[in-house]
Design a protein. Sequence first.
Length: 655
Amino acid sequence: MVTALTIVSCSKEKDLYNPEPEVDKEKQAVADNVKAIFGVEFDQNQDWKMMKTGKVTIVANAAEEKGFKTDRVQVLTANPFIDASSTKILNEKQVKAGEECTLVFDVPNYLDTLYAACVSKDNRYRVMPFALSDKTVSFTTEASSRKARAAKAPVATPMVISEGRNSDNLNMVLKTPKANDEKQWDNSGWNDHFYDISTTVNELTDFTTAERNEMFKVITGIMPENTDNSAKVMQSEYFINTANYFYADGTQEPITVTPVRVWADFLGWESLYYYYYNPAQVEGLSDNDRALFLKQLPKYKLLECADALVVGGNSAEDRVRMAKNNPNLGHEATHRLRSYTLAYFGDGEPTNGTTGSYQFPAGYRIGLMFRVDSFPERPGWVGGSATNVKSAVNFYADSLLNNEPNRYARWNYGWWPGHGTTSTYLGPNKSRAAIFSANGKAFIGFEDLVDRDYNDVVFEVNGGVTLYEDSIRLDRNVYTMAFEDRRLGDYDLNDVVIKAQRVDQTHVKYSLEGTGAEDELYLRNINGQKLNATTEVHAIFGQTGKRAFINTVEEEEHIPAVQEIIEVPADFSFAVDANLPYIYNKTMNWEVHIARLGEDPHAIIIPNDFRYPREQKCVRYVYSRFNEWGTKKVDSTDWYLEPTEGLYYTKSVFK
């Protein structure tokens, strides 16, 4: 009885039986293996998700002009005009113009800005940026607004308001005596005159901050800063097909020029001129004879760059000071303040008082000339001496006209800090302008000095000109599912590799790329004819008998991937577990699903055409930032874009 009481008494203070918690030995073994292989403990909040899902309604109302008509809408990862090779299609649907379409898409976590696109049958693009939180994207009808604005211009207001004066080039021809560096002007054939004209100037609504940022990205993406873009200019569609001229399309729509961006120290000294001619007049001429013809055409002054890009009615000298001291006002500015309308005054030399027209004959070539004034005429410049600069220089988009100006520019700009006289010489007959198109608009950027980036001052050209647009071919985004086949894996993530691509709103193309497993494996949740649940993975590749590695050993023969297009619902997403393929390892009697919160990375889905590791190369070594992301999920979210050469399988590229 005493014994019994003792037991009862003790039991009130302490449990009679309190064993240690049962340890899941298999789970602990996995954790120990992960730490041994990766050398770190992963973030407890790491859910291994590398993409987010969005849904947006796109209104296919991009302006139908110059032959553009919407055939389909797309969601894109980037702006295709900047770099088409890195821009991927996330989803698309064929639509009629004006129709609304809602698209679901999966986007890499590191992207915050996406692009909606209206695309024509011949693959011309109109794009509009949007945020993941945006519900609807409607394309502005800016082109129609431009057309309406221009149509308001009087039919016959432009006229020559002064007698013609010798061009700077002609003055150099006439100059005596000449220094040795000026002798190239003798017998050069320059015999043209400048004319000031009155023309219609439209006051515009300036860019919004978003529009300005987008414009800057497009310009510097196509013509990068501080980069020698001269080879790109010479190989461009415009240069090859048009010799850097704009072609009048013969419509009633006036041709307008709008300055949109400047990165120039000479802002207060720069102006834009234009000229035109009937192409029949140079048909059959040699380059030399054509150049002589063009050197005699009258040149019409269209605008002062400072007037167009700097706000305020200050003197030219004051505007230069403002531009030098306030990047938002000029020296580095992206504005859309005024557009200027080109006038046609007939062929040949005009007489004082000649009335012009806003309509150019169809097919006429319109050339642009960029003038940098004589520096001593603008003493307000801040930051240097112009003592050695002799006179103004005229630069042309047409490469045939820059032989003498380019040589003279070398002599004039030899004093420029950091540039010797040789570096300032672009060479004879090199274009000083780059013409490119983006989003249904034509742009021309001028090189005013020596660095050859061709974006010092950029103009948008609209209205009655033929627009040469590139047909852009984009790839669809690829999603890679990479699996380990065993619980205690080596984490080379290549035991089964499946790639997928959303073909359109209701179809996904799956591709079995390789297997680095010897176990008996089966696919699950694809349910195709070739990619099915009953055919063993190695057998899908046509391999029977002993199971061996397929497309994971670089030295062995590559076996073509096995692909199949599967129909999916319109709201399909790769971020939904129920939609994803998984693996059944019959040898181990284990299903391998994509890893989620709190698990090891035994299987992951990457929103990229993932260059998966070679056999027995852990992913942490192939991708040096994998552990950074694994230990802190907000860091290095684009880790999979930087594989280490020699460690990944090179032959598996999705096609």
